[in-house]
Design a protein around this ligand. Structure first.
Ligand SMILES: *Cc1c(COP(=O)(O)O)cnc(C)c1O
Length: 334
């Protein structure tokens, strides 16, 4: 028997369901035949600039508050969307936020160092700790939590992207939401496409579909951080850990579909295909996607459509992250 999501502590951070919209102008620009393209607007959330991390934070902060914590400690890259939304959500709930941010991406320019998410972390009142690129940020977060404990505080610690099994419950909820929207709109998506960084979005969707007896192979992600094999192994492990929390059965061996073609040189390094995908979305639809995650994943959607890989109705999950555009101003100006 599967545990229901309402068995877990949860707070309300945004209004659901997020809309599903059709991209008719991009379909026309691509001359698509035999496929229709839709987006799920998980960028459209009314807190802190919005984005996929708020779904995870509903459960993570729910657990933190349930445990009597007064501080939320998490990790990420300098331009982490998860760190920014953790700061916003903690502010909203009256908790302190401490962010352990690593200089993973080799960029020294002003925009990357101080604009975008960095600007917003400060506005939301978070305490930011900067660590060198190779540092173990999660270990540093646990050390910081101990210091806080010695000072009489109580910290909740979660690693990069909020991608613990509890965080992934946010995308279990999203899978339920998509299934309900399919029924209401009379649609059935053959492929549901997301970016894959810390794996929680893909893992949560897959766990949610599997827990409902639906086909987890409908989900396809484009890895932007780990290399393909590592991304697949970590996503499968996280999906199974999430299913274990739900008391569901583990996945079959081949249920995790990930494509490695859009990662480029490394996490956070622009690709030509990403720049073209961000521009196409902006010019044809007036919509913003981010340069680190959705830009690369949408480039993969465009490549797949051009090669006729997807047929029927395709759903691309827009995951937010648009403050990153301001941090990447030099890449778009070049
Ligand atoms: C974190 C993030 C993702 C990837 O989600 P994961 O759960 O980390 O795989 C996608 N898009 C944006 C904008 C993000 O910030």
């Amino acid at each position: 028997m599967i545990r229901r999501l309402d068995a877990f502590p949860r707070i309300h951070l945004f209004d659901a369901p997020t809309p599903i919209q059709r991209l008719a102008r991009i379909e026309a620009a691509l001359g698509l035949k035999g496929a229709r393209l839709f987006v799920k607007r998980d960028d459209l959330m009314g807190l802190g600039g919005g984005g996929n991390k708020l779904r995870k934070l509903e459960f993570l902060l729910g657990a933190a508050i349930d445990q009597g914590c007064d501080t939320f400690v998490t990790t990420g890259a300098r331009q982490s969307n998860h760190a920014r939304l953790s700061a916003a959500a903690a502010a909203r709930m009256g908790l302190a936020a401490e962010l352990m941010l690593t200089d993973t991406v080799p960029r020294e320019d002003e925009a990357y160092r101080h604009n975008g998410n960095q600007l917003l972390d400060g506005l939301f009142g978070a305490t930011v700790h900067h660590l060198p690129g190779g540092a173990d940020a999660l270990a540093a977060a646990h050390v910081r939590a101990e210091e806080l404990r010695a000072a009489g505080r109580k910290a909740y610690v979660v690693g990069a992207g909020g991608s613990s099994p509890v965080g992934a419950l946010g995308y279990v909820a999203c899978a339920d939401e998509i299934r309900a929207q399919e029924a209401a709109l009379g649609l059935s998506f053959g492929t549901i496409i997301v970016a894959n960084g810390s794996h929680g979005t893909h893992a949560g969707l897959v766990a949610g579909l599997a827990a409902s007896g639906d086909d987890p192979r409908r989900v396809l992600s484009f890895t932007v951080l780990a290399e393909l094999e590592e991304a697949r192994n970590h996503t499968r492990a996280l999906a199974n850990d999430t299913l274990a929390v739900l008391a569901g059965d583990p996945l079959e061996g081949d249920d995790i579909r990930i494509n490695g073609s859009q990662r480029g040189e490394a996490y956070g390094i622009p690709t030509e295909a990403m720049l073209a995908a961000v521009r196409l979305m902006a010019r044809q639809e007036g919509l913003l996607i981010d340069p680190v995650y959705s830009g690369k994943a949408f480039a993969g959607v465009l490549a797949g459509l051009a090669e006729g890989q997807f047929t029927g109705d395709v759903l691309f999950v827009m995951t937010g992250g648009t403050p990153g555009l301001y941090a990447y101003q030099p890449a778009f100006a070049a």
